[in-house]
Design a protein around this ligand. Structure first.
Ligand code: IPD
Ligand code: CA
Ligand code: CA
Length: 291
């Protein structure tokens, strides 16, 4: 089957299987979260953590989806970290972050998401973000709206930074590649946001939750540099379907593989943030994937 032959009904079928697997994975995460601690190992740096639960969730999702859909492909954070080739084709591809917010998980901070994004023919088609600790399930399919536990959600209509609460980070993970130069830029961007009169800056330690909070109108914008595609794939669909404005921080079109993003409830606010910030440059991780 060529990619163009996948219909909405096919996406519905893929999505339903994915939801049931994500719910099963949620039981694993919730059970582990209730234990006093997890065994933690580090990956690319001391701020890049992984636990047995991350791996178990990714295995459960990949095995369950492969069983139902043998021709589907996967880009999973833990598989790639363990050396699997990062390969993007036109086939239905699940982009998986088994636990987004692993540091939160390890520190028992209840802000995390099991994230599953579906890309077909290099276009984002569907997204699922499930926080089993809060029990909140966020879902969206291209052109069909965004939902929290089955109820529609919508972005805020705040259109100026001096009325906004925004999310951004100082980018602990970016030191490995960009060193202190990156920190100077990030601190100066923070300073500019404060001087602009923004109501607040938040950092939830979980990119998918940051994006979900934009999607449901809890915060007004989110900007981050240095992300990987699995941090954003699922939530990007949810933000767009909730009416959000999602772009590259420099103002160009959003590309899931460009390692950075800016999203906001309103275009005017996104543009204000885009022109205020000094932008960090990251090499794209593959061919572009658009919404
Ligand atoms: C991280 C979180 C964090 C973001 C990092 C990500 P992980 O993902 O989303 O908010 O700032 O860039 O790597 O490692 O917890 O899956
Ligand atoms: Ca992540
Ligand atoms: Ca993760």
């Amino acid at each position: 089957m060529t990619a163009a032959q996948y219909s909405d009904a096919d996406v519905d079928r893929f999505f339903d299987v994915a939801i049931s697997l994500v719910e099963r994975a949620g039981i694993l995460v919730l059970h582990a979260f209730k234990q006093p601690s997890s065994k933690v190992t580090t990956k690319s740096s001391d701020t890049d953590l992984v636990t047995e639960t991350d791996k178990a969730v990714e295995d459960l999702l990949i095995q369950g989806l492969s069983k139902e859909f043998p021709d589907h492909k996967f880009i999973g954070e833990e598989s790639v970290s363990s050396g699997q080739k990062f390969e993007l084709t036109d086939a239905p591809t699940w982009i998986i972050d088994p636990i987004d917010g692993t540091t939160n998980f390890v520190h028992r901070i209840p802000l995390l998401g099991i994230c599953l994004g579906l890309v077909i023919e290099k276009q984002l088609k569907a997204g699922i973000v499930y926080n089993p600790i809060s029990g909140d399930l966020y879902t969206a399919k291209h052109g069909k709206g965004a939902f929290k536990n089955g109820f529609p959600i919508r972005v805020s209509n705040t259109d100026a930074l001096n009325k906004a609460v925004i999310c951004t980070t100082l980018g602990e993970h970016n030191f490995k590649d960009h060193g202190e130069k990156y920190l100077d830029t990030a601190l100066s961007n923070h300073r500019k946001v404060v001087l602009s009169g923004a109501r607040g800056i938040r950092t939830f330690g979980c990119s998918s939750i940051n994006m979900i909070y934009v999607a449901q109108g809890s915060i007004d914008a989110y900007i981050e540099y240095g992300l990987r595609c699995w941090d954003a794939a699922a939530a990007a669909v949810i933000v767009k379907e909730a009416g959000g404005y999602l772009i590259d921080p420099t103002g160009g079109p959003f590309n899931l593989m460009s390692r950075c993003l800016l999203c906001a409830g309103e275009e005017k606010l996104a543009k204000e943030i885009s022109s205020l910030f000094t932008h960090a440059k990251f090499e794209p991780e593959s061919e572009a994937v658009y919404y």
